[in-house]
Design a binder for this molecule. Structure first.
Ligand SMILES: NC(=O)c1ccc[n+]([C@@H]2O[C@H](COP(=O)([O-])OP(=O)(O)OC[C@H]3O[C@@H](n4cnc5c(N)ncnc54)[C@H](O)[C@@H]3O)[C@@H](O)[C@H]2O)c1
Length: 330
């Protein structure tokens, strides 16, 4: 009889460290470029438009000996029932035998790997001397984005938080942000135009379907990590920004179909060929990231199932060292 690990959200909270997650996600991008990490076609189903949907992102990490998937459900009506709107699980399988290894709660893990992705984009293509971050969106992902960014940029002096829907959300977020560093100032901002003009790094993590940041507001040398657009129709920044920026994606195919670059391409403002490369090409040294201090750079992170597989596998390996984690016969 085989046995599988079952990791709850609190298990993943105990097991995952941000530095290690950043390393694992960076490795995934590299493996994808080198060919041992492969994505399988994405499955998306809308039960009811803008009310309830689910997607499955899957793939294999051959060198790591594991393949798997993440299924995420989004049920908007859950808010009224006091239930989470977003929920999901990761399933891992042994690449040699196909036998299931683990079933893992995906909520905290998704935040960690998505935070890591945004920070990796900035590590490779933002200016190294970046000191001011603007976080657009003050929801679940924002905590992880700031946590990861200040891990990669320990000299950040200022973090501004903007909520496009309600200014109070940003203030509450800043008050409650639990990872404040001594030498960093954290402020909620109301004027996004001024904040965008001040920022060296702008991270967007909202479900917006129209641009929130315009080209005229942004200074030369700014870097964007666009995290929110992960489904057809979503868009966070002015496509005119894309027209004159250096564009890097996590996966070009996903980016063109469901990412931040989707609308700019559909509107004819940029073309697929304007996407210089994938972030794995920069990490592995195959392509150059930023070309000058003045250049505006954009990393479009649509989210890869491979990130969940690698981070989940890391959690499982660490769980093997713990006594009180559940293992079930299967
Ligand atoms: N790229 C990835 O790998 C990845 C991973 C996880 C989540 N996401 C995406 O990131 C986005 C944010 O996720 P979250 O979990 O933080 O959501 P959340 O609901 O916790 O927070 C969303 C934030 O955006 C604001 N907002 C809500 N509706 C908006 C609108 N129409 N326009 C502008 N702002 C709006 C909210 O006030 C809040 O500040 C979503 O689009 C989600 O699908 C991407």
């Amino acid at each position: 009889m085989n046995s599988i690990y079952v990791l709850s959200e609190s298990d993943t909270m105990e097991l995952l460290e941000m530095e290690e997650v950043i390393e694992a996600v960076e490795n995934v991008y590299r493996e994808k470029t080198l060919g041992s990490g492969k994505l399988f076609p994405m499955v998306f189903h809308e039960f009811e438009s803008q009310v309830a949907d689910m997607d499955i992102k899957s793939g294999t990490l051959d060198d790591m000996g594991v393949y798997g998937l993440k299924l995420v459900s989004w049920f908007g009506e859950n808010r009224k029932k006091n239930l989470p709107m977003l929920s999901g699980v990761v399933m891992l399988f042994d690449r040699e035998t196909g036998i299931p290894l683990a079933l893992i709660n995906a909520e905290h893990m998704t935040g960690m790997r998505t935070g890591a992705a945004g920070a990796i984009g900035a590590r490779y293509i933002a200016r190294r001397d970046s000191q001011v971050m603007l976080m657009v969106g003050a929801g679940h992902q924002a905590t992880y984005q700031i946590r990861a960014m200040q891990t990669v940029f320990p000299a950040l002096k200022k973090v501004m938080v903007f909520d496009p829907v309600n200014m109070d959300n940003a203030s509450v977020f800043v008050d409650n942000f639990g990872y404040k560093k001594e030498n960093t100032q954290y402020i909620a901002v109301e004027n996004i135009e001024a904040a965008a003009g001040e920022a060296d790094i702008i991270v967007t993590a909202t479900p917006s379907r129209k641009p929130m940041i315009m080209k005229e507001w942004v200074k030369p040398g700014t870097h964007f990590s666009c995290m929110g657009s992960d489904m057809e129709g979503k868009q966070e920044i002015d496509p005119e920004i894309l027209a004159s920026a250096r564009l890097v994606a996590d996966d070009i195919n996903q980016s063109v179909n469901v990412g931040e670059f989707e609308k700019g391409i559909k509107e004819g403002i940029i073309s697929k060929e304007d996407i210089i490369c994938e972030i794995g090409d920069v990490i592995s040294g195959r392509k150059k990231g930023r070309m000058s201090e003045e250049e505006i750079t954009v990393f479009d992170s649509t989210g890869l199932g491979l990130q969940d597989i690698a981070v989940g596998y890391m959690a499982v390996k660490k769980a093997g060292l713990m006594d009180d984690i559940k293992k079930m016969n299967f």
